[in-house]
Ligand binder design. Sequence first.
Ligand SMILES: [Zn+2]
Length: 297
Amino acid sequence: MRALVAALVLSFLSAPVDALEVFACEPEWGALVSELAGEQARVTVALTAFQDPHRLQARPSLIASTRRADLVICTGAELEVGWLPLLLRRSGNPNVRPGAAGYFLAADYVRKLEVPTRLDRSQGDIHPQGNPHVHLNPHNITRIARKLAQRLAELDPMNADVYEQRLDDFVERWHAAIVVWENRARRLEGLIIVPHHRSFTYLADWLGLDVIATVEAKPGIPPSGAHLSRLLEKLNVVAPAAVVRTPYANEKPTTWLAERLDTPVLVLPYTIGGHEDVTDLFTLFDTTLTLLENLQP
Ligand SMILES: [Zn+2]
């Protein structure tokens, strides 16, 4: 932790005076900005891996950060609908208002999965625009990186060359990493998992994992006793390899279910900082694959 604080202070000190002030809602977007902007950006990240991105308090320090931001980068697709609009209103910063160049929503640039055919908020579904947890497919990261580099150049044209060069460098390293990950992924195809929330839909889609059920009855709705009993009955027949959750999810229902199924609970990192080995986007996928591989008999 001390090293991390030291590194943050150092990056602050070494950032040029004209560096962009960036406010990232989630750690994955803070990490992507750092890949593409390097010291040309001073990044503040609102959430840690141990906080639910669907829910956050719009506390004064976050309002202060958005007030001085040149760029706000978040997931969108209503992931932060419970707190970001309020934060932006309170900041009073016209440069990062929805529609402004300083407002960037990553999910706008990828194809969403699990888009409901019929919108019914009365049932409390917190994924009304489709699944917002888009960052766990590395191909989505590539698409978003390209759009983000363009946006950085638009906001800071003096350094447009820097962003273009860093994008090329990142994409080259990222594609090389994807080749390695997809080779490893062949062994994982068809692995049966039961996530707590639909946090790993894009990961499962990319790796060919079999999500046969979720612990929640609907996204954001805690499971009732009746739902858990039905789930138990169903899963006793198919035997999942693990019940999977994020570092921030309530551990009770996953533990309850895993104990009765005699199957492990697997906490996947989900984002930067969600596991001690996960310090950037590359180690996020490296570690996620390693943890899934370790499930194999
Ligand atoms: Zn969600």
